[in-house]
Design a protein around this ligand. Sequence first.
Ligand code: PLP
Length: 393
Amino acid sequence: MDERSYKLGSNRSAIRELFEFSKKRKAIVGEENVFDFSLGNPSVAPNPAVNATLIDLLQNEDPCLVHGYTSAQGDAETREAIALDLNKRFGTNYKGNEIYMTCGAAASLVITLKAINDGPDDEVLAIAPFFPEYKLFVESSGAKFKVVPADLESFEINFNALEECVNQNTKAIIVDSPNNPTGVVYSEESLKKLASFLEKKQKEYGHPIYIVCDEPYREIVYDGKAVPHIPSLYDNTIICYSYSKSLSLPGERIGYILVPPKCHESEKLYLAVCGAGRIFGYVCAPSIFQKMVAKCTGLTGDISEYARNRDALYNGLTEIGYECVYPAGAFYLFVKALEDAPAFSERAKQYDLIVVPSDGFGVKGYVRLAYCTKYETIVNSMPRFKALFDSYK
Ligand code: PLP
């Protein structure tokens, strides 16, 4: 038996552990008395066009096509529609044959990492704080996972730390913006600085260093903030996208990889992506959801609901006295713990507040609150957060 797989299967992630705890507490004290901020499960309904399109496909299209295999890289029509939408939004000139349909961001990432890494000395960097599964995804591609320590002032990219982490073996850096767990959207200035730093390093080492751009939260931004399109700033960028958050479809498993034509040996890299998809046995992305995406590109759920939640949670907690990172996107708030983060999360449980300690995200001393919840959950949780705060006085 593979011991590593066994260990992974038997140790639930901290987030899942908390989610299970919250389910048990809800059964005892009632759903409305548990304030669960653990899981990034969208609370906004999918855009109504999603279900309407699915119903139309089911009622009016050939069922053998709707439910059948598609090409391994995805339906041509879907990939063309995505390319057109990206071109409209970002002023690019992508083609459908640069897109590979996947089962969400997790699949996009494992496939991309497998496609670019080719030896045990390869290293892939993640900027702390980061989505905890990255470690697993990188290691499963055979590469070493390396953390760029956080910039604890801005939670943007810590360039001094990055300088120390990059070496001859660096194959890629994962960039996740809007960020899980901080909600920070990296500024264009930071990303340009990253691009020129990597250009320099690529020249120095004589091989490409990819930005693997994990952007499931690309459309979830507030205050009119724009998310820079990284391939327009740096040629060797691969986009890993998912509809899990923008269309609120995490259970349906649909997303894509974009290998832009400016990437080093882009056609070969695209074929390596196709090969990696085969290795993992993905076969093809869910057919009916591909066909729906072809008709719903560019749509989202009602993001203003998240903005309302963000304001209620951020304003409420800062008024009580908590220190929070201001989130310009995604649906997470990063809050300074009042003691060691796991101990703080444990104490919060006594108030039926479920918050995730930051240790798994590669930073100590914070907790993550997912505010993709009902608005009432946030409003009603405030007295509990106040009591928790006061318990430290
Ligand atoms: N990347 C980040 C930053 C995430 O937050 C998540 C899910 O929460 C994923 C990837 C995985 O997303 P998906 O459900 O599309 O696989």
